[in-house]
Design a protein around this ligand. Structure first.
Ligand code: ZN
Length: 490
């Protein structure tokens, strides 16, 4: 090998090595671990946290645990934002029995298997034993009527609106029974609906019971078979109360250490959020684990906090674990009214049910009616980015369903990532088996890449400086080669 070839080979080798190093640098920057996120979801969905309902020790334990996890990373400061939430509570297991006229029991129905209580509108707790009638007329025709039997099985256009409840209450009805799917009977809800406090103040009360189609059909048939009513009674007890509880959002902040932003003036706030609360437990002691909803989102955000805290971002990093989401997006609504940082400099990415083991579409949710808005552009940008990474993202711009909603109403850029396999949603069966570490990692790495591409000029700068180094090395070698050639000539 002559000298010219030797130097050319050396130069090529150097370029190759630098190129590989550069590639390695980019790949190494994706650190999101699905199993880290998974183990947080597993912990939060364990019996230790009892379903994490606002106002319970399980919820407080979850807040402490997550704060401990975030503080393993350097540079975060914490803020506890407290607020009140209205939550429903069963003080005992509801009862629903079919009795003969003499009061002897014919059939016992089981809570969350055959029936469940409703909590919205004028729904309230109470006990009642009486004959029942089936109302086949339209709800409106109950206006001005007085029902002799205080238990009504609706077989009409009833949809569950408060104004319909009010019509029945005014007609003397104490209990309303309507059909729901057997899947629905298993699901708990924490959302008492809009204006619940006003309805409670009104003092009007109605026990609202959803029964499975088979229980419903049986009651309808009993009524049909007997001319003067069914000749049977129903015994109903729903020990339901509504409580105002004190709860809090957990906020962790890591200010940017990037030299490329002028502190405070140009600061942006990259805000990653997930709701930490879930539906608690039933009086039977059975609890709602909420592994996918939303242990998964909390695990995802906490792992992302770890990963991003190791990077230099051009934005301040804010992590918020919202509370009382299940009770009507209470925590995120509160933060949107009392933000710690200017909302016009805030961009929110919320994670609610992410990394599902059951195959389900990954959605990007937000609420925006203006199709030329910034949010429309950003959502398209995110969708395109994910699609380049081989991930299909379904965009829903009309979603009111989770914590992005109240921010969008203020014009703040906020998006939720969500998967929704309905199967075990809000049931005792939302256990850790519904969460997949592989799926978490795959979505996590893609999102991490998106953040690096959009919030970090220093990573780009680092890649560029490597490229510079490569070019300088090339020039030096060429120069060196030229000098040697000169030397040879002389
Ligand atoms: Zn939920």
């Amino acid at each position: 090998m002559n000298k010219k070839n030797f130097f050319l080979t050396l130069l090529l080798t150097l370029i190759t090595v630098l190129f590989i190093l550069n590639l390695g640098f980019i790949n190494d920057s994706l650190n999101f671990s699905g199993s880290n996120a998974y183990s947080i979801a597993k912990e939060l969905s364990s019996a230790e946290y009892d379903g994490r309902k606002p106002g319970t020790t399980g919820n407080i334990k979850a807040l402490r645990y997550t704060e401990g996890q975030i503080s393993k990373n350097t540079g975060f400061t914490f803020y506890h934002q407290s607020f009140e939430a209205l939550v429903p509570e069963l003080t005992d297991t509801p009862v629903f029995e079919l009795l003969k006229e003499d009061g002897s029991t014919v059939k016992i129905y089981y809570h969350r298997k055959d029936f469940k209580e409703y909590i919205d509108g004028y729904a309230s707790g109470g006990e009642f034993v009486s004959n029942f009638i089936v109302d086949k007329e339209n709800v409106e025709s109950a206006i001005g009527k007085k029902f002799k039997d205080k238990i009504v099985v609706v077989n009409n256009n009833y949809l569950g609106y408060p104004f319909e409840d009010k019509i029945y209450i005014n007609a003397g009805v104490k209990v309303l029974i309507f059909p729901v799917s057997s899947e629905n009977v298993k699901k708990a809800s924490g959302y008492v609906g809009e204006s619940k406090e006003k309805y409670i103040k009104d003092g009007l009360k109605l026990i609202k019971i959803g029964v499975t189609e088979s229980v419903y059909d049986f009651l309808i048939k009993l009524d049909k078979d007997n001319k003067n009513g069914s000749g049977y009674k129903l015994k109903i007890s729903v020990p339901l109360i509504f409580k105002k509880v004190q709860t809090e959002n957990l906020i962790a902040i890591k200010m940017s250490n990037s030299s490329s932003i002028k502190k405070d003036i140009e600061s942006k706030y990259l805000t990653l959020t997930a709701h930490i609360d879930h539906l608690g437990k039933d009086p039977s002691g059975k609890f709602f684990p909420g592994a996918l909803d939303n242990g998964s989102g909390v695990g995802f955000v906490l792992e992302m906090a770890r990963v991003l805290s190791l990077k230099v971002l051009d934005a301040n990093l804010v992590i918020i674990l919202f509370n009382a989401e299940e009770n009507g997006l209470v925590g995120s609504h509160f933060y949107s009214l009392y933000p710690l940082f200017p909302l016009d400099k805030t961009e929110i990415f919320n994670f609610d049910m992410i990394g599902a083991s059951e195959k389900s579409v990954l959605s990007l949710l937000y609420y925006e009616t203006n199709f030329s808005s910034k949010m429309t552009k950003v959502s398209k940008q995110i969708k395109d980015f994910f699609s380049q990474e081989g991930k299909y993202l379904s965009v829903d711009s009309m979603s009111e369903d989770t914590d992005h909603y109240f921010f969008n109403l203020c014009g703040t850029s906020a998006y939720s990532f969500n998967q929704f396999p309905e199967t075990n949603y809000h049931t005792y069966n939302d256990t850790i088996e519904n969460v997949s570490p592989v799926e978490l990692e795959s979505i996590g790495k893609t999102f991490e890449k998106y953040i690096v591409a959009n919030y970090s000029t220093e990573t780009k700068a680092a890649s560029i400086s490597l490229l510079n180094l490569l070019l300088i090395a090339g020039f030096v070698l060429l120069r060196l080669k030229q000098e040697i050639s000169y030397g040879k000539k002389i």
